[in-house]
Design a protein around this ligand. Structure first.
Ligand code: 3EB
Length: 328
């Protein structure tokens, strides 16, 4: 663990299982089947792990934290950070749109009650994200529910958190997030139309997220949460059906975003953004070797996991997100 207020790391299956405890906000597992976990502090995502085998992700703070879990809602908090996770069983009659709105309303209300007003980063995972229900793609229904909850709680464009939204192969909708008492600074990508300004052809309500969020912690560290980044330029998918082409555009998008953040935050020429962890989502596990080679060449040997997941636009083959640290 590093000497900073928040750290995200990957831990192999041979290491002792940290679930939750002093300093550990949560342990994220890539279990292939998303269910409200039996054990508090474990975040079941439904994502299927490709590599490295047996890896779990730990979300850790160097400060003491307290946590609790009831009625499918988990929370863990330190003095400055709140982690929330909620699981929603879609087995009933309610539409995904309504269930998403209710889940987000519950998360936003819990943030308010506990005094952590600002979303920093949100992870959204749901079954069959590209399937159609009631003539509408499920990802688009999800976007409507999220949009409505944000509107109802007064969350404006400028407060939209960094995020990712991916599909798993079955089970619950899970949404987990990191919230803060102090507002982060959110960024857009100069290469891309803001997702919240995407034209209507991508759905009746635009996706409500920022491209990256910079959070300054009490100990002075600056953490940059980079949203799921894919082969989208302007608002259009580039290189449909071509994984090499999509990877090149995705890496270029990440670089452009990082350069933009650095230019706006930098106080000196020595400032750097250093990658801490990466997550790579692949629609087709068969693309692992080619994507891994490209990612290693680009970022070097940094902690990374590869998971099988459906990207929210059906023509996107991969998405990359991660955490960076701004060093001054
Ligand atoms: C894109 O750029 C790809 O709906 O929360 C990336 C990150 C994407 C987050 C979300 C969607 C989301 O539009 C998709």
């Amino acid at each position: 663990m590093q000497a900073s207020g928040f750290y995200c790391g990957y831990q192999s299956g041979e290491a002792p299982v940290i679930v939750a405890g002093p300093g550990c906000l949560a342990t994220v597992i890539f279990d292939g089947q998303c269910r409200a976990p039996a054990q508090a502090g474990l975040i079941s995502t439904g994502l299927r792990l490709l590599e490295p085998a047996g890896i779990r992700e730990t979300l850790v703070t160097t400060d003491a934290c307290v946590s609790d879990y009831s009625d499918n809602l988990y929370w863990a908090q330190s003095d400055e950070l709140l982690l929330l996770a909620v699981w929603v069983d879609e087995g009933g009659d309610e539409s995904l749109e309504r269930l998403t709105e209710q889940a987000y309303s519950r998360l936003l209300s819990t943030m308010q009650e506990r005094g952590y007003s600002y979303m920093v980063r949100v992870w959204n995972y749901l079954a069959d994200i590209n399937a159609f229900e009631q003539q509408e793609e499920r990802y688009r229904q999800f976007c409507v529910g999220r949009f409505d909850a944000f509107a109802r709680h007064g969350v404006q464009d400028k407060d939209f958190p960094s995020a990712c939204a991916l599909g798993h192969s079955g089970g619950d909708l899970v949404i987990y997030l990191l919230a803060s008492k102090h507002p982060p600074v959110h960024f857009e990508n100069p290469q891309q139309v803001s997702a919240y300004h995407y034209p209507e052809e991508y759905g009746p309500r635009s996706p409500s997220f920022a491209r990256a969020s910079l959070l300054t912690l009490a100990d002075g560290t600056d953490k940059l949460f980079v949203s799921g980044t894919a082969s989208v330029v302007g608002h259009m998918t580039r290189h449909p059906g071509d994984v090499q082409g999509q990877l090149a555009v995705t890496l270029h998008n990440v670089d452009s975003l990082l350069a933009h953040v650095l230019a706006s935050q930098s106080r000196g020429s020595e400032d750097r953004l250093a990658v801490e962890v990466l997550k790579i989502y692949l629609r087709h596990p068969a693309d692992l070797a080619v994507v891994k080679a490209g990612v290693l060449q680009h970022f070097g040997d940094v902690p990374m996991v590869f998971v099988a997941a459906d990207v929210c636009r059906s023509d996107l083959l991969l998405e990359i997100d991660g955490l960076w640290r701004l060093t001054r």
